[in-house]
Design a protein around this ligand. Structure first.
Ligand code: FAD
Ligand code: NAG
Ligand code: NAG
Ligand code: NAG
Length: 489
């Protein structure tokens, strides 16, 4: 052994008084990385370790106990960590904003967790009109830093989300105008599984990797720097949008689902933005249905939003808003509950949307007391969103030439529930099978269930291309064997 037993105990002292490390791949990797990077960067206990390991958005991921957490400050630190993880054949996970609902995708037990929490630089270059971010920033922090310049980076709708959204796709309120969040990536620095650092762009020798990382999620390497095209959305004082929030009681769920179906099919104006959240746990609640709706202009055009505006609401808060204000309306930072996502993608007649809703109602009512929240969340993905992708060289999802809805089922489990109950999980699988995607439409990997083979839904030759690219950059399939993430590669 390279390390003495006293060194092993020194490393783990404090993690737990009775903890004796086993000689596992993860302990070997942690020891080696700690020798190279030091105890400030490689932690096995303490307040920061606890905040990272036990502070994930979904409670299901916050019960993991990483063997060590590596907090790189530079890409070189990530390279050192990956080289040692690779050599030791250790399991590992990467965590940025910690918002994954998928169990095991952003933390790990008996493995190395790489947290980007100390890589938080954000800068805007007037010369290139691009925003450069390190992976540890949350969307609100990016917005705060660049808003004075009148620009924004395209992320999500909830401001607490981290940069992991970029490599899964990313739907923001302005995606109809500016594309998937991933489409705004101009350049990425990526540490491959063997520790090699490369810069990928749309037209350099790593252009295949560049495309794969725009939807390939955590399978293709660790991104240490994103250079993003900016969107000229204005400062926080430029109230060039109009809109807000409308609540409807459960009595109007059918009308809300119908209005959503019509909107998805008909609205082609990229200045329109919408998200619909339908909660089926208490359908008598005054806000059982919540919609966020915006238009880049001074009012909500009735030709676009008239059907929603005509449904009797319990409350409406509509006003002129800047994009900066819109991007801070949904914090999404609540913690302490187990979460589960599931994805479908839909176009079609109103009956399909009614089914997507009524199957959730049946599912929810079948497990009384076992769910604190059960949402059907409807996000429009208009054709214009993929037009931007194509203009930027395409992303991993392929090309879709129609307006569709990305559906996200979000289950929130009651406080104290630390694993997904088997009976609910079985029911959820049934629900997902009852609401199949419209053939040809991709599922959304950032909002899927762990059981869904999202990559296989990427359109045309996109799935085959993704698999080829994966085999090229990770020929020993190290990531798939040692990291939990999307299936199908
Ligand atoms: C409240 C809430 C609201 C949401 N709203 C939206 C929305 O409006 N639009 C939308 O599109 N999505 C939304 N999502 C989904 C969101 O896109 C995903 O949860 C996303 O993966 C979160 O990224 P993260 O960095 O916060 O999370 P993490 O869990 O830290 O990371 C997500 C995944 O990416 C991997 N990863 C992170 N950083 C890197 C890196 N640098 N290199 C390699 N792999 C990395 C992680 O290992 C993990 O598998 C929402 C989620 C939540 C919980
Ligand atoms: C990040 O910002 C800090 C402080 O401004 C600076 O010292 C460091 O060089 C920056 N790192 C990168 C990679 O830009
Ligand atoms: C409407 O929704 C918003 C956002 O969830 C909430 O703050 C508000 O209290 C709701 N109003 C009613 C009457 O339910
Ligand atoms: C309702 O959900 C339950 C629980 O998953 C399931 O057993 C039942 O078949 C569902 N009914 C319908 C009509 O889908």
């Amino acid at each position: 052994m390279l390390f003495s037993l006293s060194f092993v105990s020194a490393l783990f002292l404090g993690a737990s008084a009775v903890y004796t490390p086993r000689d596992t791949a993860a302990t070997r990797a942690c020891l080696a990385i700690r020798v190279l990077l030091g105890p400030t960067i490689v932690e096995t206990s303490g307040p920061e370790y606890d905040a990272t390991a036990h502070g994930t958005w979904s409670l299901f991921n916050s019960i993991e106990q990483p063997t060590c957490i590596v907090y790189p400050r530079t890409a070189a630190h990530v390279q050192t960590a990956m080289r040692r993880i690779f050599k030791a054949e250790a399991n590992y996970a990467v965590q940025s904003g910690a918002h994954s609902a998928m169990v095991g995708w952003n933390s790990i037990t008996d493995g190395v967790l790489i947290s980007t929490a100390h890589m938080k630089n954000v800068s805007y270059s007037l010369a290139t009109d691009t925003i450069t971010v390190q992976p540890g920033v949350h969307w609100a922090e990016i917005m705060d830093a660049v808003e004075p310049f009148g620009v924004a980076a395209i992320g999500g709708r909830a401001s607490d989300i981290g940069t992991g959204i970029l490599i899964g796709g990313g739907i923001s309120f302005v995606s109809p105008l500016y594309g998937w969040s991933a489409d705004s990536i101009k350049e990425m620095d990526v540490v491959l599984v063997n520790g090699r650092l490369v810069t990928a762009t749309v037209n350099n020798q790593y252009s295949d990797l560049f495309k794969a990382l725009k939807g390939g999620a955590n399978r293709f390497g660790i991104v240490t720097r994103y250079e993003l095209y900016s969107a000229h959305t204005g400062t926080k004082n430029d109230k060039n949008w109009y809109g807000g929030i409308i609540n409807y009681s459960g009595a109007h769920s059918v009308a809300v689902a119908t209005a959503s179906a019509n909107y998805i099919r008909d609205v082609v104006d990229p200045k329109a933005a919408l998200i619909v959240l339908m909660n089926t746990v208490d359908t008598s609640a005054a806000d059982a249905n919540i919609i966020y709706l915006f238009y880049k202009g001074t009012s909500l055009p009735p030709s676009i939003f008239g059907e929603f505006l005509a449904i009797p609401s319990t409350s409406q808060t509509l006003s002129p808003l800047s994009y900066f204000e819109i991007s801070n309306l949904i914090p999404g930072n609540g913690r302490g509950f187990g979460q589960q996502f599931g994805s479908s993608s839909l176009i079609g007649d109103n009956a399909h949307f009614q089914d997507a809703y009524s199957h959730l109602v049946n599912f929810t009512s079948s497990f009384p007391g076992q769910l604190a929240g059960a949402y059907l969340i409807i996000s429009p993905v208009p054709k214009t969103q993929f037009d931007v992708s194509q203009a930027r060289g395409g992303n991993a999802m392929g090309d879709v030439n129609v307006n569709y809805a990305s559906l996200n089922y979000n289950l929130i489990y009651p406080e104290g529930v630390t694993t997904i109950p088997a009976n609910v999980n079985t029911g959820f699988k049934l629900l997902l099978s009852q609401v199949p995607r419209t053939p040809g439409l991709p599922l959304y990997v950032n909002e899927c269930d762990v059981s869904q083979n999202v990559f296989s839904t990427y359109t045309g030759t996109a799935y085959a291309t993704l698999k080829n690219t994966y085999n090229k950059y990770d020929p020993s399939r190290f990531n798939v064997r040692h990291t939990v993430g999307p299936i199908g590669l």
